[in-house]
Ligand binder design. Structure first.
Ligand code: SF4
Ligand code: SF4
Ligand code: FES
Length: 484
């Protein structure tokens, strides 16, 4: 350990730490644009300038690239430092349009925050601003406003060092510099490309999905887990705050996923997620099944539960096909209620979609289900030929979740089906029970490495939809008892 001083206070630094790293670890704030804890250090924005006191005069240097030395005396907020920050911000905003009022990054923009904190003055320049490309289509997912870009090169370094597609670069020099994708379309195929939107410190890189959808202060994040693969990345699901509910005829406007961002978790995904995680609305906002049915005929949920319970009570050779999207709590509830009553197998609810990346060295994993490992720790996996687990005299199959064609089931077996989405199989089940989705309940998943992560409810479920844990309790209740 090396002892040095920040603003007169002793601070312990690890060997080889920079002033930025040691200051951050000790709780001292130094502003930064181009520095990012997971990326290399280009030292190009100069906003992190600090003063070093020394006998016979000191010097100014950038904290992100200056190694700590023993006894060093650093000032992070001296008059000289504040003056230099102000000059740096004047320089950075020379050609910036300062159009915060219409910028999606407003509320999350460090340039806006630093301007407020360290500058606050109008531009001293009398020259006309240099104009650059607006709304440049960087990819199908991302749009670039070159006038807002401060050339920190975080996005370029991300594709070189993290996603390793080397797909962004800087074209031209000085105030004509432009971020551009390489010409072979690699950025379009970068499965992690949306992370550059998060790490862009200003509003230059914008998600097309989210563009002008909402001001961020109208939204709130709910901690969740991406179910897109067995990595189980920690995420924030952003949705409308109730106090800012839209007065809309379409109630879904206030109960939809507005965006998904990574929730930093060093044990699972660090600060990154893949693009599939950003697109969870495409999974969760498919047309929902909200009506219980018996052989395709709509019935009250309570009546459907009574019928399903009668089928369970009457069955001699019942089999359950357990969902690999079930939470740990649901698996435990199922096991306690029906695990001994039925022969249980874990099915694969989701397979990779055509063209979807199967696996890589960063995050993406081949099993496209969030809780398969936890489910298989309780019950054996369903063989590829489902008939091996479904003997011909099977008289009842409880199918939980998606991904199974009823054609694989013994033709004479009764079927109880628990599913959340409108699908043709629903109407073919003897009893169909609509169940809640992950965004309507809380729970935990265990990822392929054994790390347990929690998710919270974002939205309320409809009263005609059941939670799977309540279904299992009702199905195991003694005959004559009341189904919830
Ligand atoms: S687009 Fe954003 S992340 Fe990329 S160089 Fe410009 S300011 Fe930095
Ligand atoms: S790597 Fe897997 S869990 Fe992580 S965001 Fe992508 S799909 Fe979701
Ligand atoms: S953060 Fe140090 S130079 Fe940019």
């Amino acid at each position: 350990m090396i002892e040095f001083f920040i603003n007169g206070q002793p601070v312990q630094a690890e060997d080889n730490q920079t002033v930025m790293q040691a200051a951050k670890a000790a709780g001292f704030y130094i502003p930064y644009f181009c520095w990012h804890p997971q990326l290399s250090v280009p030292g190009n924005c100069r906003i992190c300038m600090v003063e070093v006191e020394a006998d016979g005069g000191g010097w100014m240097d950038i904290a992100c690239n200056m190694p700590v030395t023993k006894g060093m005396r650093v000032l992070t907020d001296s008059e000289k430092v504040r003056a230099r920050r102000k000059e740096t911000l004047q320089f950075i905003t020379l050609n910036h349009p300062v159009d915060c009022g219409i910028c999606d990054k407003a509320g999350e923009c460090t340039l806006q925050d630093y301007h407020f904190e360290y500058n606050g003055s109008p531009s001293v320049s009398r020259d006309a601003k240099v104009h650059a490309t607006k709304y440049f289509a960087l990819s199908e997912r991302i749009v670039l406003d070159n006038e807002r870009c401060i050339m920190c090169t975080r996005c370029v370094r991300f594709t070189r060092e993290i996603s390793k597609t080397d797909s962004l670069g800087v074209q031209n020099r000085a105030d004509h510099s432009l971020i551009r994708p390489v010409e072979d379309g690699r950025f379009e195929r970068d499965a992690y490309s949306d992370n550059v939107v998060d790490i862009c410190p200003v509003g230059a890189l914008l998600s097309r999905q989210f563009l002008h959808k909402a001001r961020v202060w109208y939204l709130k994040p709910t901690a969740s887990v991406c179910p897109g693969c067995e990595r189980g990345c920690s995420i924030n699901i952003w949705h409308r705050k109730s106090e800012w509910a839209l007065k809309s005829l379409d109630a879904r406007q206030n109960a939809r996923i507005d965006r998904v961002t990574p929730l930093e978790n060093p044990a699972v995904n660090g600060p990154w997620i893949c693009n599939k995680g950003r697109d969870l609305a495409q999974i969760f906002e498919r047309a929902r099944a909200e009506q219980a049915m018996q052989k395709g005929k709509p019935v009250e949920l309570k009546a459907a539960l009574v019928s399903a319970r009668a089928l369970v009570a009457a069955a001699k050779r019942p089999v359950a096909l357990v969902s690999s999207w079930a939470s740990n709590e649901e698996l435990a509830a199922f096991d306690a209620a029906l695990g001994k009553r039925m022969a249980c197998h874990v099915k694969t609810d989701w397979h990779a979609a055509p063209g979807e990346p199967i696996a890589d060295e960063l995050l993406i994993r081949p099993d496209k289900n969030p809780n398969g490992a936890a489910a298989r720790s309780r019950f054996p996996a369903l063989p590829a030929d489902a008939r091996l687990a479904l003997p011909p005299d099977t008289d009842l199959v409880l199918v939980w979740g998606e991904g199974l064609s009823f054609a694989q089931l013994p033709p004479k077996a009764k079927i109880i089906y628990l599913n959340s989405y409108l699908q043709p199989e629903n109407g073919h089940a003897d009893v169909f029970l609509p169940i809640s989705v992950q965004t309507e309940r809380s729970g935990h998943y265990t990822n392929f490495q054994g790390v347990v992560s929690a998710f919270e409810a974002c939205f309320a479920k409809k009263s005609t939809v059941a939670d799977a844990v309540d279904v299992f309790a009702a199905l195991a209740a003694p005959a004559g008892g009341s189904a919830k």
